[in-house]
Design a protein around this ligand. Structure first.
Ligand SMILES: Nc1ncnc2c1ncn2[C@@H]1O[C@H](COP(=O)(O)OP(=O)(O)OP(=O)(O)O)[C@@H](O)[C@H]1O
Ligand SMILES: [Mg+2]
Length: 379
């Protein structure tokens, strides 16, 4: 049976993209009611009634709360804050800004998509790289983090041998600039005996922590994370450090693979990392005559998406161009062909599900108004 505290914990993952804080600390959650049959009602107070972020915030709340075991339905009602509530919210937001309460170098407004699966070799790295490149091609500011600390493959897939270095002043690591995105991977760390030792000594979750706190990511619309196989430390560290992280589950059409993916989804629930959707990879092979062959079975992606009540973001066919592109370091989405098209479409669908933070919003205007008032008062 889901409790009020479970729901509040899940709601801490919903951020006001502009104020950076989560909706609980910002005082936007007014009521939480749980009925014995698992129906949940949440009352949200927005800064103003016509807040342009309303859809985004309520969608995020839906996704987070629905993912909790025992929740059967989520109803959200919204109201506008009173002037006092708004002043209180702004003082919390200002305090946050003053304290630079940023646990990582990743902006709280950055959308984080962790590409995960329960089984190795289903195409997480290929899909991470191609989605990231496709998003960058749409003009988004994109970071790509290789969280597969020892099994890294992104430098090869993206064709870079650049070596990471730190900025002299800030001491922050500068990501590699490749195909229009910012890449961080252990594969880009120069292998001297010292660094090798240093990295060997690090726990996986520590390495990930370094990549989130010691890298100069700058302002990003999206951070795509290539997750390692399994459901261990790295997943937990990620959800703790990046509360806005959400998971895209990659699966193959066969039923056995889908069982493993279910495990990942379960883990996503436990760590309050909601699943945005499912991508089915290696869905079919199309021969020269246009005939499609379901080499690895059929329906795994749909079944998983239905069971998780999330959308199927895309189905990527088997395309020898993916292997070839991966070997040549030029992601397939930069060219054309069946996989390139399917991957570009999946990236477009992902931006619909995770829209980038709006640039001009109500809270932004209120913040500026208050700053002006402060200045007038001070002057
Ligand atoms: N749609 C596809 N068509 C053809 N080959 C593919 C496709 N997707 C992935 N591959 C190939 O399958 C292999 C495994 O893919 P990839 O390395 O992306 O999987 P992974 O899930 O990241 O694996 P690991 O668990 O080892 O990290 C690679 O050789 C890749 O080129
Ligand atoms: Mg991989």
């Amino acid at each position: 049976m889901v409790t009020r505290d479970d729901i509040l914990a899940a709601l801490r993952g919903v951020r006001d993209p502009e104020l950076g804080g989560d909706v609980v600390e910002l005082g936007m959650v007014k009521d939480v009611d749980v009925a014995p049959d698992g129906r949940v009602h949440i009352g949200l107070a927005l800064t103003i009634a016509e807040c342009p972020l309303r859809g985004q915030i309520t969608d995020d709340v839906q996704r987070r709360v629905r993912a909790l075991p025992g929740v059967t339905d989520v109803e959200i009602s919204t109201s506008a804050m009173t002037a006092d509530e708004r002043a209180n919210l702004m003082s919390i937001a200002r305090r946050r800004a003053r304290e630079h309460a940023r646990p990582t170098q990743v902006s709280p407004t950055t959308r984080v998509a962790a590409i995960a699966s329960g089984k190795g070799g289903v195409g997480k790295s290929s899909i991470s790289a191609n989605l990231a490149v496709a998003l960058a091609r749409q003009g988004r500011r994109v970071g790509l983090l290789d969280a597969d600390i020892w099994g890294f493959s992104l430098p090869r897939i993206l064709g870079t041998t650049e070596r990471l270095h730190a900025d002299d002043d800030t001491r922050l690591i500068i990501p590699a600039d490749v195909h229009g995105l910012k890449l961080i991977s252990t594969g880009l760390i120069a292998e001297s005996e010292d660094t090798a030792l240093m990295w060997r000594g690090l726990m996986l979750s520590k390495a990930l922590e370094q990549f989130l706190t010691q890298v100069d990511w700058g302002e990003l619309d999206y951070l795509v994370i290539d997750m390692p196989p399994g459901t261990g430390d790295v997943q937990m560290a990620l959800s703790r450090m990046l509360p806005q992280a959400e998971m895209v589950v990659v699966t193959t059409p066969q039923v056995a693979a889908q069982k493993v993916a279910m495990r990942v989804a379960d883990m996503a629930r436990r760590s309050h990392m909601p699943v945005v959707g499912v991508i089915e990879n290696m869905s079919w092979f199309e021969c020269g005559h246009g005939e499609r062959y379901a080499l690895f079975g059929e329906g795994g992606g749909e079944t998983l998406a239905t069971e998780l009540a999330v959308p199927l973001i895309g189905k990527i066919p088997i395309d020898p161009a993916v292997v070839d592109a991966g070997d040549r370091g030029r992601p397939v989405v930069l060219g054309d062909g069946p996989a390139a098209e399917a991957l570009a479409a999946a990236a477009a669908r992902l931006t619909e599900l995770l829209p980038p933070a709006a640039e001009e919003t109500c809270t932004g205007r209120i913040a500026r108004l208050l700053e002006d008032l402060d200045r007038t008062a001070a002057g």
